[in-house]
Ligand binder design. Structure first.
Ligand SMILES: [Zn+2]
Length: 191
């Protein structure tokens, strides 16, 4: 029997203030994180350690603010880099405004640039990423900064997170195509 993937909503709020309702972060199975908002900070160390891949939809703080703490917490014990997937504008924003040696260390050079604990992986919208039998693709969506929505397709079903967008025709086209299979839709907040 085929194993189902799980999508755990760690946070989907636009702000903090209600216990258990942090900002945007989803955990696919135990190893793939979609966005790294404050919801991520609900996980204990053992579960943080299992995360191998982090896909960031865009640079807004409510989607990234857990990432500096994640890498600071699990970085030392890692045998291979934590891989952070994002489009180039988002990677540049992380490098320039967060991991810039002023706000937080540049973990892509720690302990060395050749063997770091954090590795950026630039993605192109609609490029397919393969994680075993799990396929993840992104689609460019309209937002105030460069941003993507996310599709997860597995042998037993699919899931879509629109990211922060109000209206993106291409997203809806792809959703309608994917609905021929089983697809669960998740619409994010607009911050
Ligand atoms: Zn946003």
């Amino acid at each position: 029997m085929q194993k189902h993937s799980t999508v755990e909503v760690l946070g989907c709020s636009g702000s903090i203030g209600i216990p258990g309702q942090g900002t945007t972060s989803f955990l696919i199975d135990s190893d793939i994180l979609i966005d790294a908002g404050t919801g991520l900070c609900e996980l204990d160390f053992a579960r943080l350690e299992q995360i191998e891949h982090v896909l960031i939809t865009h640079s807004h703080l409510d989607h990234i603010c857990g990432l500096p703490f994640l890498i600071d917490t699990v970085g030392v014990g890692r045998k291979r880099p934590l891989r952070v997937y994002a489009t180039l504008p988002t990677i540049r924003a992380l490098q320039q405004h967060i991991f810039n040696e002023e706000i937080w260390p540049d973990f892509s050079k720690i302990p060395t640039a050749e063997n770091p604990v954090l590795e950026y992986v630039e993605i192109q919208p609609e490029q397919e990423l393969l994680f075993g039998e799990r396929r993840i693709t992104t689609v460019e969506v309209d937002h105030t900064v460069p941003a993507v929505g996310v599709f997860l397709i597995t042998p037993t079903g699919g899931w879509c997170f629109s990211g922060d967008t109000h209206q993106t025709d291409r997203l809806f086209t792809l959703i309608n195509q994917a609905k021929k299979g089983r697809l669960f839709l998740y619409r994010g907040c607009f911050s």
